[in-house]
Design a protein around this ligand. Structure first.
Ligand code: UD1
Length: 417
């Protein structure tokens, strides 16, 4: 099992290009199935969740070739409509293949997505929306069997919660369904807009992506296209946390400022100075950081749940108290016990975590238990005094491309052993 070994308390400097977004790449890879043709995707991160999606595409009979960060996918010869359990369990967001497989094959068979490390993550919103679109879904022994003999039909779908995955699955099912589908209370994340942009360039008729109501006029078929994935706003904010806790000045290239509107104020309240110029962000961290007082995770454009863990490491070494309220997922405080092993002072009560900043963290051996928790431990280790070993880095590799390489280039002392 690999570990990361970090010798902390080093200042960082230099510039880094932020990788492409994991949460955009995954649904867009699934969406290529609708094109029955070749798609070229630029800026795809080299991370294990993307590799898991590629394994699913290949199992289904599609071809996928990687040239550095470019993926060339051809789904013309897709020959199956089922996904076996071991592939479904490698990546929880594999459920995103449901809508596209039914849209293309009129049937789909897969198990419930696996490995849920953030507490229960039901898919009831996905299933009830797809049922509204004329799909007959049987759920038995953890298996989903879906049939739409007469194809998919458009529907008016009001989501009770703006679920990202459900919004994406409905969009993917609706683009080639008969009629006009209207999704209200849709998720508004930038990754939804990226998916819509990809689908529109394949010939889909979609309006309203990024707003609460999305309207999709079904078309007969889509064609292949080329598309560049948006930068990963969560990786950008993790790197900002790395700079902040090490009192460093770094430059992030390829960042979209409007995707970080709820993130930037947190860093500014901490005392960091942030300047943007044409997609280039400079962040400069002061010697003494201040706590951000209150951070509540919310659907976009609110503060993202995915940034809660890395920014908690920043709060752990900032002066004063920061209160976190995690509104999106249960069990998303697994990093807290590990941060406390590094000397952080954090108390959790249900969805609330109270962080009382300490002067410094001290090294220890810690274990990552989920993706963003792993990122939080790297942030903390960068500012902890001494040598910290982080196990469970498979989680980190699900979403961060060569993170130790990126940080080494910025001057960190971090090695994978
Ligand atoms: C996506 C992101 C993930 C991010 C999350 C919230 C991807 C691949 N993953 O996950 O990184 O943390 O959005 O921004 O894009 N829910 C239900 N029923 C459903 C669907 C969701 O109750 O059918 C609940 C979930 O349990 C959770 C909340 O809704 O509590 C948010 O989930 P959702 O927005 O669907 O997140 P994901 O799409 O799974």
């Amino acid at each position: 099992m690999s570990k990361l070994v970090v010798n902390g308390s080093r200042r960082l400097s230099g510039e880094v290009k932020v990788q492409g977004s994991k949460n955009s790449t995954l649904p867009i890879l699934a969406a290529t199935i609708l094109c029955s043709d070749e798609c070229v995707l630029y800026n795809c991160p080299r991370i294990s969740d993307v590799e898991a999606s590629i394994r699913i595409l290949r199992y289904l009979g599609c071809t996928a070739h990687r040239y550095e960060n470019t993926l060339v996918i051809n789904t013309r010869d897709m020959s199956r409509y089922d996904i076996p359990q071991d592939l479904m369990h490698q990546m929880r967001s594999s459920i995103i293949f449901l809508g596209v497989i039914i849209a293309r094959c009129k049937r789909a068979k897969m198990s419930f997505p696996g490995g849920c490390e953030l507490g229960p993550r039901p898919i009831d919103l996905h299933l009830s929306a797809l049922r509204q679109m004329g799909i007959d879904i049987t759920e038995e022994h953890g298996e989903l069997e879906c049939v739409a003999e007469n194809g998919l039909k458009a529907a008016k779908i009001a989501l009770s919660f703006p679920s990202v995955g459900a919004t994406e699955n409905i969009m993917l099912a609706a683009v080639t369904a008969k009629g006009t589908t209207i999704i209200t209370n849709a998720a508004r994340e930038p990754e939804i807009v990226d998916l819509a942009d990809f689908l529109i360039s394949c010939g889909a008729h979609i309006s309203g992506a990024g707003e609460g109501t999305i309207i999709i006029d079904g078309v007969e078929k889509l064609k292949g296209t080329t598309h560049s994935i948006i930068p990963d706003r969560i990786v950008a904010s993790t790197l900002m946390s790395c700079a902040a806790v090490t009192h460093s000045d770094i430059t992030l290239k390829g960042v979209i400022q409007s995707h970080l509107t709820s993130t930037i104020p947190i860093f500014e309240q901490s005392g960091c100075e942030i300047n943007f110029d044409k997609g280039v962000m400079k962040i400069s961290s002061p010697y003494k950081l201040r706590g951000a007082k209150l951070i509540r995770t919310m659907p976009y454009p609110g503060f993202p749940t995915d940034e809660q863990a890395p920014i908690m490491s920043l709060a752990a070494v900032s002066d004063g108290i920061t209160v976190f309220v995690e509104n999106m997922f249960e069990s998303r405080y697994k990093h807290v016990s590990e941060l406390c092993r590094l000397g952080a002072n954090i108390k959790v009560e249900g969805k609330v975590a109270v962080v009382d900043g300490v002067k410094r963290l001290l090294s220890a051996n810690v274990t990552a238990l989920d993706l963003r928790g792993a990122a939080a431990l790297v942030v903390a280790a960068l500012c902890a005094q001494g040598r910290t070993e982080i196990s469970g880095i498979d989680f980190l590799e699900r979403g961060y491309e060569d993170f130790e390489g990126v940080l080494t280039n910025l001057g960190a002392d971090i090695k994978k052993v």
